[in-house]
Write a protein that binds this ligand. Structure first.
Ligand code: MN
Length: 326
């Protein structure tokens, strides 16, 4: 009881705690990899917020950009000095080159890194200090001059909850990192969405964001499904693809996941992905047997050859473990 009162008091203090004093000139970046909906949307939200406060804020080009996220950043989010170094997608092969060019014309007082930790910055800051906002707890939580690292559904949620930044674009960060409110503290993510709701996240904005994120799939995914060798038993499927493209393979696995709980999908180059939705079971031993490794619910191995006897043997092993599961 006393503990509950203490926690309620602590939350109240947290809420009243003033936002951070931001620098006059801030460079906002995500980790060099992965570039995802959380890192890109959090970057954009912080730039918008700082500019509304009358401060200067820019980001750098990234090394990669998914087409469903490309619409979030505009050339004006980069300092004009960087633009000669970027592609149409605002990406670059060398972040350091763009950063060094930037320093000649515009030196930030501070770099804010969102959704990753300092070792994932991907360039030498040439002495500019870094403040990190992150929800990956590999090195434990932090709350000090150089970092705010706490558990959260997304880095974007920390911007909302701790720094009072409620830009509607942060819905992208939340939807991405919670897999559309399925995982990673989805209830707390709803609270964060509610905060956005009171700051401009209308029905129209939210449905526009969702349709931007749901890009059409490559038609080759359907071809790969039509041409595959599908053998199933109960809720387990063993599938051999004629396709070796990793992205097609990933999308095929995604589609099969709607129908089956346990999957073993062999790609034409011998890569084998294994997954199960049963927390009591593990696909790892089969992955290890086939020269790979991974997690209990998702792992990968490799086949040296796709000869029928090798495929039959893998199928038998997989079905012996998962074939009669529901
Ligand atoms: Mn994240």
């Amino acid at each position: 009881m006393l503990r509950n009162a203490f926690l309620a008091f602590k939350r109240l203090i947290e809420r009243w705690r003033p936002g951070r004093v931001w620098a006059e000139r801030t460079l906002v970046v995500g980790p060099v990899q992965p570039v995802d909906g959380d890192s890109v949307a959090s970057t954009k939200a912080l730039i918008l917020h700082l500019r509304k406060l009358g401060k200067e804020a820019f980001t750098l080009p990234t090394v990669h950009m998914y087409k469903q996220l490309r619409w979030i950043l505009h050339p004006s989010d980069l300092h004009p000095t960087c633009l000669p170094y970027v592609t149409e997608d605002l990406t670059t092969a060398c972040v350091q080159q763009a950063y060094d060019a930037l320093l000649e014309k515009w030196r930030p007082d501070e770099i804010v890194l969102v959704d990753g930790q300092a070792e994932k910055l991907g360039f030498d800051t040439r002495g500019v200090s870094v403040f990190t906002v992150d929800h990956h707890l590999g090195h434990g939580p932090r709350d000090d001059r150089n970092a705010y690292i706490q558990p959260a559904p997304a880095a974007g949620c920390l911007l909302i909850e701790r720094f009072g930044i409620c830009e509607p674009i942060l819905a992208v960060a939340i939807l991405t990192d919670t897999f559309w409110l399925r995982k990673n503290m989805p209830g707390r993510a709803v609270d964060a969405l509610y905060a956005l709701r009171r700051h401009g996240l209308t029905d129209e904005v939210l449905s526009a964001i969702q349709s931007e994120l749901m890009v059409p799939k490559d038609p080759r995914v359907l071809e790969a499904l039509r041409g595959c060798d599908l053998r199933y038993q109960g809720t387990a499927a063993f599938v051999v693809l004629k396709e070796k493209n990793p992205e097609i393979h990933r999308d095929v696995v995604g589609i099969l996941g709607y129908t089956f709980r346990h999957l073993c999908v062999v790609r034409a180059d011998g890569y084998v992905s294994l997954s199960t939705k049963d927390n009591a079971k593990s696909v790892r031993p089969i992955a290890i047997k086939y020269g790979g490794d991974g997690h209990r619910n998702s792992a990968a191995g490799y086949l040296q050859t796709l000869e029928p006897s090798v495929l039959d043997d893998l199928q038998a092993r997989f079905m012996a473990e998962f074939g009669d599961c529901q």
